[in-house]
Design a protein around this ligand. Structure first.
Ligand code: ZN
Length: 276
């Protein structure tokens, strides 16, 4: 009697694990080992909004960072000063400084060569003139001359966050301008990879925002390993955000990153960036 009950409990647990894992899988993308090697990148520029946004793409970053032949750079638009500390580890007025340092430490651990954290207002990028943000992105593009830019899809921003959407738009705007008016012979990156959210999880457990994201983001065409171990290390480095995953998903980070173990991208040539 006890053994059959135990069997039933185990069976239900296995079914529940499969169901949870299914939430973080996608049917559309081709699974490849490496986005950056797939296109033979020599210079990668990541354009994101907040300290810890790089946590969404640790698989791509650690892969690029480990290759001596690839220059890897990240720009983060804000210091994350308007975020919620989880847990609180500093005075509130110091949160931006703390989060900036956490992001710099994390990308260093990922092997990223260069990381600039700007001081645009956290939560206020939508109200910041696009030209100001694009000027910063443009300066970095001319410095690093990436052949691929990794950023957010401007209509969904991974999580429907306006700051994320704004950075995707700033990156696209800069790329389009460079294509039309090359500077010093550089006409911008050949590729752009958009960071996409897992659609099943977003539409089922992320509420209204999640449903909007799925409705407004393209289908992923590539996936690669997400280096879950590096994400766990990243949450330790981001000490002020250490409990973020537990808070957002109601499950421990080690469990979530065990299931959510891939990264999904929409990779296209920049000549195919849609008109917004
Ligand atoms: Zn963010």
């Amino acid at each position: 009697m006890i053994s059959s009950l135990l069997f039933l409990v185990l069976l239900l647990l296995v079914i529940a694990l499969f169901a949870l894992n299914w939430l973080f899988e996608e049917d559309s993308p081709t699974s490849i080992k490496s986005i950056v090697h797939h296109i033979n990148a020599t210079s990668v520029l990541v354009v994101v909004a907040h300290p810890d946004d790089e946590q969404l793409i640790t698989g791509l970053l650690i892969d690029a960072g480990a290759d001596q032949n690839i220059r890897t750079a990240v720009i983060t638009a804000t210091k994350g000063e308007a975020g919620t500390p989880l847990p609180q580890i500093s005075r509130y007025e110091d949160l931006g400084h703390v989060r900036k340092a956490e992001a710099l430490k994390n990308t260093w651990a990922l092997g990223v060569e260069y990381h600039q954290v700007y001081d645009f207002p956290d939560g206020g990028l939508k109200e910041t003139p696009l030209s100001e943000i694009a000027a910063a992105v443009s300066a970095q593009m001319l410095q690093h001359k990436p052949d691929i830019v990794v950023t957010f899809w401007p209509e969904s921003g991974f999580s429907d966050h306006d700051d994320h959407k704004r950075m995707g738009l700033a990156a696209e705007t800069t790329i389009t301008e460079l294509r039309e008016n090359p500077i010093d012979g550089y006409n911008g990156p050949t590729y752009i990879a958009y960071i996409l959210a897992p659609t099943r999880a977003m539409s089922r457990i992320a509420g209204e925002a999640g449903i909007r994201v799925v409705a407004n983001q393209p289908l992923a065409n590539y996936s690669q390993d997400g280096a879950g171990w590096a994400k766990l290390r990243g949450w330790e480095i981001h000490a002020s955000q250490r409990d973020y995953v537990q808070h957002a998903y109601g499950l421990p980070a080690w469990f979530v990153h065990g299931l959510y173990d891939k990264e999904f991208y929409y990779l296209i040539e920049t000549q195919n960036i849609p008109l917004r």
